[in-house]
Structures are given as structure tokens and as C-alpha cells.
Write a protein that binds this ligand. Sequence first.
Ligand SMILES: O=C[C@H](O)[C@H](O)[C@H](O)COP(=O)(O)O
Length: 319
Amino acid sequence: MTSSFRSSSSSRYGFAFYSCRYGKNKLQQTLVCCYKSNLQSSALIGKTCSFLPSYSQSSFSSSTRKSQPQENDATARTLHMQVTSTEELKKAVGYKAVDDHIQSGMVVGLGTGSTAYYAVERLGQKIKNGQVVDIVAIPTSTKTEQQAKSWGIPLVTLDTHPALDVAIDGADEVDSQLNLVKGRGGALLREKMVEVEARKLVIIVDESKLVSGLGITGAMPVEVTPFCWKRTMRRLLDIEAFQGCQVSAKLRQENDQIYITDNHNYIVDLFFQKPIPDLMLAARQLIDIVGVVEHGLFLNMADICIVSGKDGIRVIEKK
Ligand SMILES: O=C[C@H](O)[C@H](O)[C@H](O)COP(=O)(O)O
């Protein structure tokens, strides 16, 4: 299997593709970037491109390969047919993470969520095609477990395989130090248990997840015991590290029912008006509350973040 980046442009269109070739004839291409040079092309490309309004070839990072644009309208029109959506961007980072970081013989952590879904899919395909062998994987939720089983990915647990070569997962927020908020999909406990044991944690996101400070784009989830959860929620609101952040809390619900995690716990979602200033202190004070099972701050865990966005795909490595 080989993978590469390719760009193509004409006076009216520009495209960049993440391409994966496997087997002799199969070429899978995922559009990761497009741009428009005028209003007419904008109309032709359609609303799926509104997510990617501009593109500068020079802004690809050095971790991506690129070729010279080709002046070929016919090619551009063909590629136009492949313009797709945010889903394609998630797919591109999911596939790239697997292609770049999973090799035969590895113990792999499988994340949870709409982006991690594509990494599981890619791994499933590669195992099925025999492109990687002797893989065992540890899923981070019952949902991922079901998906992995549907692909025939051999599953094990941390009890038998306490050390992982790599884990791949999405995230809800990523700061410049690759600290994360995770768990808006409810899988934070198993994700953290699995991912702290991984030699390498690869995070896959679109650029909307990149933030300058953690805590303000949505919920920061905390998994709590159902027993006396109201008292635990009150203690969460009193955390010293949240002073000045204007914190509020809400018990998570789904379809008018209390949301229950895979571990039969509840989730209290914390919301902040200002970013959490001292993340390490916050993490310590969160876990110190009796009744808190785990929280969604994943600090100093991610090694690599693969980001898709208007400038294509870029790879951020932890310094
Ligand atoms: O519990 C869910 C996980 O932490 C997900 O990795 C996170 O919510 C990101 O999910 P998505 O890729 O669907 O945005």
C-alpha cells in the first residue's frame, strides 16, 4: 500500500487528495482540500465546499507531499464529482492515522466517536485484505467493540495486553500543547484507561477542534457514580481551579432519560465561560472528589495530532 498527497488545479478549481493505493489496482482517494478561484466555480462546487472556502498550496505542512498543479479542466471536473463533506475529512484523517501508524504485529487502541469510526473502518479493511497481520485491538466503548467485531478485528483487553503500541482516537478540544478535552461521546473512562497505556497516542480531528484554551467550545464531561450524584455535582462546582471560569453543570440526558455510560455511571457536563487556566490543578482537583470516576481532561497524553481543514491535512507532533 502506498499513500500520497496530490493536488490538481485549473483556472476554476483546485483540489488536494489524500490517496491510498492498495493491491494492484485499487486506488482510494479522499478529497482533503479544495479551493475556488471565482464565484462561478463556487456555485459549481456546491455547498459541500463551504467548509473549505479557501486553499493555499503553499500552506501544506512539510509532513505532506505535494505535486505541481496540472492545468487540466477535464481532470478538475472529474475531481469535482468527488467533492464531499465533513465526513470525508474525518475519513481522511482516520485513514491516514492507520496508514501511518499501524503495522503488523501491533497491539492497538481503538477510539470512539465519529472520527475514530473511520480509523476502525480502515484497520478492518486492511486486516481483511491481509495488508496488516497479527493485530490485536482494545476498543474503548461497546460501540467501537461492535464495529470492530463487524470487521473481524481480533479483540483483547488490558488485562491480557496491558501495553499498547498505539492508540488512535478523536477529541473534542485540542490545545497547542496537545492537551485534550474528550468524552462528549461518553467514552472518556475507557478511552483514558486504554490510552494512558499506549506508547503512542494519535489524535484525529478537524480544525474546529483546535482551541487556544480548553473548556469553552462545549461540555467538559465528568463521569460520576449514580450514588448521590447531586452532591458530587455540587462539589464539582466548588473546585478552586474553576474560580473565575463561570462554571455551570448539567447531568447529561439522552432522549429525556439520564445518560448511562458503558460502565453504568452518569455524566456531569461542566460548561465554562472562560478557559480553564491551570489544567493540571483542575485535573487533580477533579479526580480528588470522591464520587468522580474520571474526567475528560486528557493532559500530556497525545503524541501526534492529525488535523484536517481548509489548508489540507497537517500533522502536529508534540514537542
Ligand atoms: O467520548 C467520546 C470521545 O472522547 C470522542 O473521541 C470525542 O467526543 C470526539 O468525537 P468525534 O470524533 O465524534 O467528534
